[in-house]
Ligand binder design. Structure first.
Ligand SMILES: CC(C)(COP(=O)(O)OP(=O)(O)OC[C@H]1O[C@@H](n2cnc3c(N)ncnc32)[C@H](O)[C@@H]1OP(=O)(O)O)[C@@H](O)C(=O)NCCC(=O)NCCS
Length: 135
């Protein structure tokens, strides 16, 4: 069986990503409103990188980095947003989310960028995940 891995998302992964997202939506109400075009929602404007987590070939997590709308201030061009972060309910608490966040933070770091979390109110686990993943 293939080991757990985080790898770059491909277009062929999108149907499985949408299936996992539907499970997360049912379990957690994330996203709050089910998007009319879930594949497009996963490929938001300003997308830089997208990753999936896999366990034994089964996709169980997802995250993206996307451009931040900045105000031209001091941090202009130095921030990138971690978004569309979710892990299938069956795989929770197995540091899948942490692995995705660590990957995103590491890749952003190689580009001199700091990661901010695109937070949804009422979802405390993501704060814990990002807090423990560093930076
Ligand atoms: C947030 C989410 C991605 C975390 O994924 P995960 O793989 O379970 O996270 P990890 O196993 O890496 O756990 C990381 C930390 O979060 C904590 N955590 C995970 N799930 C939790 C839960 N349901 N309640 C409380 N804490 C939780 C873990 O205890 C761990 O904390 P620690 O580092 O202090 O020990 C996942 O819960 C999820 O998909 N939630 C629904 C979608 C969502 O809210 N996305 C974020 C939008 S801002």
């Amino acid at each position: 069986m293939a080991p757990r891995t985080v790898r770059v998302r491909s277009a062929a992964d999108l149907p499985a990503c949408v299936r996992v997202l539907a499970d997360v939506h049912r379990a957690d109400g994330y996203p709050l409103n089910w998007p009319a075009h879930p594949s497009a929602w996963l490929s938001l404007a300003g997308l830089r990188n997208a990753w999936v987590a896999e366990d034994g070939g089964r996709l169980d997590g997802h995250a993206v980095l996307a451009d931040v709308d900045d105000d031209g201030g001091l941090l202009a061009g130095r921030l990138v947003a971690l978004s569309r972060l979710f892990v299938t309910p069956d795989a929770r608490g197995s540091v899948v989310g942490t692995a995705l966040v660590r990957t995103a933070v590491a890749v952003a770091g190689t580009q001199g960028l700091r990661v901010v979390l695109d937070v949804v109110e009422g979802t405390p686990p993501s704060g814990s995940t990002s807090g423990s993943a560093g930076d």
